[in-house]
Design a protein around this ligand. Sequence first.
Ligand code: FAD
Length: 394
Amino acid sequence: MDFGFTDEQIARRKEFSDVCKDLAAKRPAEYVGFESAYDNEPSWEYYKLCAKEFGKRGWLTLDWPAEYGGSGTMMDRVLFSEARGYYGVGGVDVFGIGMLAPTLLAAASEEVKKKFLPPIAAGDVTWCELWSEPNAGSDLASLTATAIRKGDEYIMNGQKTWTTGAHRADWAFGVFKSDPEGRPHHNLVFLLFDMKTPGIEVRPIPFTNGTHIYNEVYLDDVHVPAENIVGQENEGWAIVNLLAGFERSNIDAIMALIRQLEDLVTYCNVTKRNGQPLSKDPLIRNRLAQTACELEAARTLAYRVADLQNRNEMSLMDASALKVFASELGERYASLATDVAGPYGQVKFSRWAPLNGLLEAMYHECFVFTISMGTNEIQKNIIAWYGLGLPRMR
Ligand SMILES: Cc1cc2nc3c(=O)[nH]c(=O)nc-3n(C[C@H](O)[C@H](O)[C@H](O)COP(=O)(O)OP(=O)(O)OC[C@H]3O[C@@H](n4cnc5c(N)ncnc54)[C@H](O)[C@@H]3O)c2cc1C
C-alpha cells in the first residue's frame, strides 16, 4: 500500500477534524467513551446530537456505494473515525453503521436495503446485536433461541445476553435457530426487528463500575415480519460470518488511545514526584515511548485493513490480527497509565483523580474488548487456521 495521503484526503481529514473538534467542545462531563452514551441521559443526548450532525453531512455513509448515498471511500471513513476517536466524539452507532450497514449492502435484498439503510444513514436509529446467549458465546452456532416461520412471520423465543445498549436501541439484528432439528450451521436465520415489539423484555446487567451498558434480553413469542430476513432461511450462519469481519475492524479506539497517551504525557510533564517531573523518570519515559511505538504500529495495521477492505481483499485473519493487537494494547496502556498515576489512578469522583477520573474508568473497561466481538483466544485460532494454515486442534 501507499503510505502517503492524497491532497484530497488531507483536505477531508482537516474537515473531519474541524467538525469533531467543535463537537468535542459540546461534550458533557458524563460522556467518557462511546459506551457511556448508553449509560446516562446527558451522554445519550450528546450521542444523538453528534449522530444527527454526521447524518446531515453524509458522513455516516462515506464508504457506501453512491446509489445508496455514499460520498467517499473506505479511507475517508478511516480518516473520519480517526478524528472522532481523537476528539472523543460519539454519534456513530457501532452496530448499525459499523456492522449491519456493510452487511446489508453486501447480502440483503433490495427491499431490505431500501427499508433499513436510509434511517441508518441519517443517524436516526440505534441498533443492538442479539447474538450471545448464556450458553452460546464463542460457540455461537450452538445457540438455542428460536425463530420459527409461521405464514408471513417468524415467532421468536429464547434468551440473549450481554446485549450492549439494548435498553437504548430502536432496532436489533439477531441470529436464531430456524430449524431446531437441522444440520449445525445450516439451521439458523438472521433477522432484523423493532425492539418495541411486544414480547421483548430487557433487563440490565450492571457493569463493575456501576454503569448500565449491557443487558439480558428475553423473547417471548415475538412476532417478526418474514420480510425482515437477511440472506436465506437456515443460512444465517453465512451472514454471521460476513458481519463478524466488519465487527472487528474499527480504528477509533486506537485514535482514542493516541489522544489519551498525549494527555498522559502532558500529565507527566506537569506532575512532580520526588522533586522532579514524572517525565524525567527513565522507567516512565521508556514505557511511554514503547507505547507510542505500539500505537503507531496499530494505526498502520488499521490503515492496512481499511486498504484491504477497499480492494475487497480482506481475509478473516487481517481483522482478527488488528482486534487482538489493539485490544491487548488497550490493556497494556491502562496498566501503564494507572502505574504512572500511582494510587490516585484508582480514584474517580474526586479532585485528586488525575485526568478527570479517566484512568480508573479505562482500567475498568479495557478488558471488555478482549472478550466482546469474539474473544482474543478465538481470534488467535482464526489467525492460526486462516492466516498460518495451522491444523485445527480436536
Ligand atoms: C462487555 C461485553 C459486551 C458484549 N456485547 C455483546 C453484544 O452486544 N451482543 C452480543 O451478542 N454479545 C455480546 N457480548 C458477548 C461476547 O460476544 C461473548 O462474551 C464472547 O463471544 C465469549 O463468549 P462467552 O462469554 O460465552 O465465553 P465462552 O465462549 O464460554 O469462553 C470462555 C473462555 O474460553 C475460551 N474459549 C472458548 N472456546 C475456545 C476455543 N475454541 N479455543 C480457545 N479458547 C476458547 C474463550 O476465549 C474464553 O476465554 C459481550 C460480552 C462482553 C463481556
